[in-house]
Write a protein that binds this ligand. Structure first.
Ligand code: 26Q
Length: 828
C-alpha cells in the first residue's frame, strides 16, 4: 500500500460519478483511516484494518451524496416508500458500493497501488451480513438496491441482529451450528444515530428467575430503539437511500440502588433483557413456532418504524389525511403485520381521529406481500401475548374484527361458517390472531410473488377474502438486482455482454434481448463458453483457498443451492444421483458425461429431517468418491455455510440449475433467476417464477418435467408412493440401496426416517411421483451437454431472455400499481 502521497490524490481527475468534493487537494483518506482509526503503522496493518480503511474512505466519498439525497427528497416532499422487513440478507457491501458508485478506477489507482497487497483477501475479510434466512430476506436487499437505482425516495426498516443466520459447519456429514457474531468488530458502513432513538412502550416488565427471563404482567416499562443507518447506493451513485436497522436497548444503564446492595446481575438486568430483543435472528424460514421473543421482535420493529415514519411525515405535513399521499408502507410478509393495529393506534390515540377516518388512512397507506403458501408458515399469535406486551393493539384488532365481521354478516346473512373462516381471530382452543387475515383486511393491496403463486393465493388459500376484496389481490413477480448478480458476480460474462450490446443493460435488462441474434454466431458462442470456463476455474480456485475442497472443472457443474426443506426436494436430486450410480454399477462402461452435483444450504436447527438430508447428501458424496465405478464421474459435493458470497461465486460457474420443488409450493424462487442471467440451463418443475422464466425463453430452452400444481393437488387423495416402489425398478433399487446401509455402513439405520417419509408416511412432497420424469429430463440434459454448440446456443438465449427478472422491473411495478411513487432525481 502506498503510504506516501506520490500520486496526485485529486479525485476530480477521475470519471467517478456525480460526487461533491471539498476543495482539499489532499485526498489521501485511505492512508489516514488506515493509520489513525486503529493507531497502527500502515506496513503492519492487518487485512481487516485495510478493509475498514477502504470502506471508511468510500463512506467519506459517498457522505455528501447521501446527505444531498435526504435533503432533495425532503424538500420535494415526495411520496416515500418504506419497506418493513424482519430480514435484510445484505451480504458484503464493499465491491457493490465501489461498482455502484462508479469509482473502480479511483480505487484501483489510488487505494490499491501496493503490489504487495492481496486485495482478494481484503475483500474476503468483510463479514457476509446474514440478517436473513433466505429468499425473503435477499429479496428485501435486492429491492432496496433497485429503489435507489430507480431514484425512488425509499427507506428500508429492519432489525440490527447482533447475531445473523448461524454459521454452518459440516462434521462427519452432520450440520453443526455456530453463532455468527458479525458485529464483533465495528461495521464501517453503519452510522449509529442515538439522537433519533425512539421509545417502545411495553405493558409488562421482566425479571430474571433461575436464569430464565420472565414477564411481569401489568408493570409497564419501555424499550429504546436506537437507529443504525446504512447507505444504499443506487447504480450510478446518484441516489443514496437509507436502510435503518433498529437495535434494542434500555433506558437505564443500571440500577444504582441494586448495584450498591451487591446485586450486580439485578442492576444490569433491564439492559440485558432489552438487548436480548435484537440479539439473534430466528433461523426458521417456514415454520412459525410461536416464540414470545419473536413476537416482541416483530412488535419492536413495527413500533420503532412507525414512530419514525410518522415523525418524518409530520416534519413536512400537518394533515393526517395526506398520509397516504406521502407515505407507502410495504409489509414483507405478515412479520410486520402488527403495523395495521399500530398505525390505527397512532391515528386514534395520538392524532385524535375518528375510527372511520383512521381506518381509511391506514388501509390506503399499507400494502402486504405474501411469500408462502405453506400452512405451517402462516403466522398466528396468541391473544395473550398481545395482552401482555401491547394490549391496546389487541383492543384495536378486536374492534377491526368486530366491524369487519358485521360487514360480512350483512353480505352473507346466516353464513356462520364464512364468518368463522374469515375472522381475524381463531377461537378454537387458545385465542389466536391470524396475521394474514389482519394483513389482507388492513391494507389496500395483497400481492403474491409469481403469477402461479398469486393465483393460488387468491383461488386456494384465501378465496373468501378474494371474493370480498377482488381488487386488492394482485401479482408482482420477483426479481433480483443485476448489479450484484451479474455485473459484480460475473465480470467475464458482463464484459462480454457489454462489448456486444453496450452497457445499457445494467439499468435496462430488457436490452439483453439484443443478444438473441448472437446465439447463432459461432464466434460469440466460443467467447461465451470461455467466460463460463473462466468462472468455473475461478470458483475452483476460490473453493480450494477457502475450504480446501477440490473440484474438477472438466465436469458439468450442477447446482442446487437453497434452504434445505422437504418441499424443495433435495431428496429428489439425491435419488436421481443414486439411480445413475446404480446404472454405473450395472455397466461400468456406460457413457455418462462426468458431473459435479453441488448442494449447499442451511437447515433450520430444529428441523431434524432436513438435517438428515444433509447427512445423506454428504454420505452419498463420500461413498461415490470411494467407489472406483463412480469416482471422478459422479461427484456429490456439499458446500458448507451457504451465504450470499458463496452464491456469488458458484452461480456464475454453474451450468445446470436445479429448481425441482413440488409444483405449487415454491412461491417464486429467486435463485432460479440468478442462474438464468448467468447462463445456466434450468432443470425444473412448473413452479414459482420458473414457469415465467420458461415462458420468456421458450420451453424448448428449458428442461421442464413432472406434475403440475393442479396435478399435485388433484392426486392428493389417491397418490401412493408404494406403487412407484413396486412398479419402477430404478426407484426401488435406489431406495433399497439406502435401506441396505450402502451409504451408512458405520451407522446402520440412520436414514430410516427418510425412507419412512418417502414410503410409510405417504411422501407428502411426491418425490417418487416425479423421479422417473426427472431422470428422463436429466438424460436430456446430459445428451445436450455432449453438443457444446447446441448447449451454448440455449444458454445465450436464456441470458437474453432473463431481463424480466430484474428487480428494477419488479420495483417499477410496485411503484406504479401499489405505491403511486415516482423517482425524485438527485441533482449534481
Ligand atoms: C416466521 C415466524 C417465526 C419465525 C420465522 C418466520 C419466518 C421467517 C422467514 C417465516 C418465513 C420466512 C421466509 C420465507 C421465505 O424466504 N420465503 C421465500 O420468499 C421468496 C421471496 O419472495 C420466494 O422467492 C420463495 O419462493 C419463498 O420461499
Amino acid at each position: 500500500m502506498a503510504t506516501s502521497t506520490t500520486a496526485s490524490r485529486d479525485l476530480r481527475q477521475y470519471e467517478c460519478g456525480p460526487f461533491l468534493f471539498s476543495d482539499r487537494a489532499d485526498h489521501d483518506w485511505y492512508d489516514r483511516h488506515l493509520m489513525f482509526d486503529h493507531v497502527v503503522s500502515p506496513e503492519r496493518a492487518s487485512q481487516r484494518e485495510r478493509f475498514e480503511a477502504v470502506a471508511r474512505s468510500l463512506r467519506d466519498l459517498l457522505t455528501q451524496r447521501w446527505l444531498l439525497t435526504q435533503q432533495t427528497q425532503e424538500q420535494a416532499n415526495a411520496k416515500r416508500v418504506y419497506y418493513l422487513s424482519m430480514e435484510f440478507l445484505i451480504g458484503r457491501s464493499l465491491v457493490n458500493n465501489i461498482v455502484n458508485l462508479g469509482v473502480e478506477q479511483f480505487v484501483r489507482d489510488d487505494l490499491t497501488t501496493d503490489p504487495q497487497q492481496d486485495w482478494a483477501a481484503v475483500i474476503e475479510t468483510e463479514p457476509d451480513a446474514g440478517l436473513g434466512n433466505g429468499g425473503l430476506g435477499r429479496l428485501a436487499a435486492c429491492f432496496v438496491e433497485s429503489l435507489a437505482t430507480l431514484q425512488i425516495p425509499a427507506m428500508g426498516y429492519g432489525l440490527r441482529y447482533e447475531y445473523g443466520i448461524f454459521r454452518q459447519e459440516i462434521e462427519n456429514g452432520y450440520q453443526v451450528e455456530h453463532p455468527d457474531h458479525w458485529l464483533m468488530q465495528p461495521d464501517p458502513w453503519e452510522v449509529p444515530r442515538p439522537q433519533e432513538t425512539v421509545q417502545v412502550p411495553v405493558a409488562c416488565s421482566f425479571r430474571l428467575e433461575n436464569g430464565v427471563i420472565r414477564a411481569v404482567p401489568g408493570q409497564a416499562s419501555h424499550l429504546l430503539g436506537v437507529p443504525y443507518d446504512r447507505p444504499i447506493v443506487g447504480y450510478g451513485g446518484r441516489t443514496i437511500n437509507t436502510l435503518r436497522l433498529w437495535g434494542a436497548s434500555s433506558p437505564d444503564v443500571f440500577d444504582f440502588g441494586e448495584f450498591s446492595s451487591g446485586d450486580f446481575v439485578g442492576a444490569m438486568l433491564d439492559r440485558l433483557v432489552a438487548e436480548t430483543v435484537t440479539r439473534v435472528l430466528y433461523p426458521d424460514d417456514s415454520t412459525s413456532a410461536g416464540q414470545a421473543l419473536r413476537f416482541v421482535q416483530e412488535y419492536f420493529l413495527v413500533s420503532c418504524s412507525l414512530a419514525d415514519i410518522v415523525a418524518r411525515f409530520q416534519r413536512s405535513n400537518d394533515d393526517w389525511n395526506a398520509l397516504p399521499d406521502k407515505v407507502a408502507i410495504q409489509l414483507n410478509d405478515t412479520h410486520p403485520a402488527m403495523a395495521v393495529g399500530e398505525l390505527m393506534r397512532i391515528l386514534l390515540d395520538q392524532g385524535g381521529l375518528g375510527w372511520d377516518e383512521a381506518w381509511d388512512i391506514t388501509v390506503r397507506t399499507l400494502a402486504y406481500t405474501n411469500h408462502t403458501l405453506l400452512p405451517e408458515a402462516l403466522e398466528k399469535w396468541p391473544a395473550r401475548m398481545f395482552e401482555l406486551v401491547c394490549p391496546r393493539l389487541l383492543e384495536i384488532i378486536y374492534e377491526i374484527n368486530r366491524r369487519f365481521l358485521d360487514g360480512v354478516r350483512e353480505l352473507y346473512p346466516g353464513d356462520n361458517g364464512r364468518v368463522e373462516t374469515l375472522s381475524l381471530i381463531e377461537e378454537s382452543g387458545e385465542r389466536n390472531v391470524r396475521m394474514a387475515h389482519l394483513a389482507v383486511v388492513g391494507t389496500h393491496s395483497t400481492n403474491g410473488v409469481a403469477a402461479i403463486h398469486s393465483r393460488l393465493l387468491r383461488d386456494a388459500v384465501l378465496p373468501e377474502f378474494a371474493e370480498l376484496f377482488p381488487d386488492r389481490f394482485n401479482n408482482k413477480t420477483n426479481g433480483v438486482t443485476p448489479r450484484r448478480w451479474l455485473l459484480v458476480a460475473n465480470r467475464d460474462l458482463s464484459s462480454l455482454i457489454t462489448e456486444a450490446i453496450g452497457d445499457g443493460w445494467i439499468t435496462d435488462m430488457s436490452r439483453l434481448r439484443e443478444l438473441l441474434p448472437l446465439a447463432d454466431d459461432a464466434g460469440f458462442r466460443q467467447r461465451f463458453r470461455e467466460a463460463k470456463r473462466s468462472a468455473k476455474l475461478r470458483f475452483a480456485d476460490w473453493l480450494k483457498a477457502t475450504t480446501g475442497q477440490t473440484v474438477d472443472p472438466d465436469t458439468i457443474f450442477d447446482s442446487q443451492i437453497k434452504r434445505i426443506h422437504e418441499y424443495k426436494r433435495q431428496l429428489l436430486n439425491v435419488l436421481h444421483v443414486i439411480v445413475l450410480y446404480n446404472r454405473l454399477r450395472d455397466d461400468p462402461t456406460l457413457q455418462i458425461p462426468p458431473r459435479t452435483f453441488f448442494f449447499a444450504g442451511k437447515a433450520a436447527p430444529a428441523y431434524q429431517l432436513a438435517k438428515l438430508i444433509i447427512k445423506l447428501i454428504s454420505n452419498v458424496g463420500r461413498t461415490l468418491d470411494a467407489d472406483p465405478v463412480s469416482s471422478g464421474r459422479l461427484n456429490v459435493t456439499f458446500l458448507p455455510n451457504y451465504n450470499v458470497s458463496l452464491a456469488m461465486q458458484l452461480i456464475p460457474a454453474s451450468e445446470v440449475s436445479e429448481q425441482i420443488s413440488t409444483a405449487g409450493y415454491e412461491a417464486s424462487g429467486t435463485g432460479n433467476m440468478k442462474f438464468m442471467m448467468n447462463g445456466a440451463l434450468t432443470i425444473g418443475t412448473r413452479d414459482g417464477a420458473t414457469i415465467e422464466m420458461a415462458e420468456e425463453a421458450g420451453e424448448e430452452n428449458f428442461f421442464l418435467f413432472g406434475l403440475t400444481a393442479d396435478e399435485v393437488a388433484d392426486s392428493r387423495g389417491w397418490y401412493s408412493p408404494g406403487w412407484h416402489y413396486d412398479h419402477e425398478p430404478e426407484t426401488k433399487r435406489a431406495l433399497d440401496l439406502i435401506r441396505d446401509n450402502h451409504f451408512s455402513p458405520d451407522e446402520p439405520g440412520i436414514f430410516g426416517p427418510i425412507l419412512d417419509t418417502l414410503l410409510a408416511r405417504g411422501d407428502y412432497y411426491m418425490h417418487l411421483a416425479d423421479l422417473t420424469a426427472y431422470s428422463q429430463a436429466q438424460q436430456q440434459v446430459s445428451a445436450l451437454y455432449a453438443d457444446p454448440e447446441a448447449w451454448t446456443r440455449k444458454a445465450i438465449i436464456n441470458v437474453a431472455c432473463s431481463g424480466k427478472f430484474s428487480s428494477d422491473r419488479s420495483i417499477a411495478e410496485y411503484a406504479s400499481d401499489i405505491w403511486g411513487a415516482e423517482p425524485c432525481p438527485v441533482g449534481d
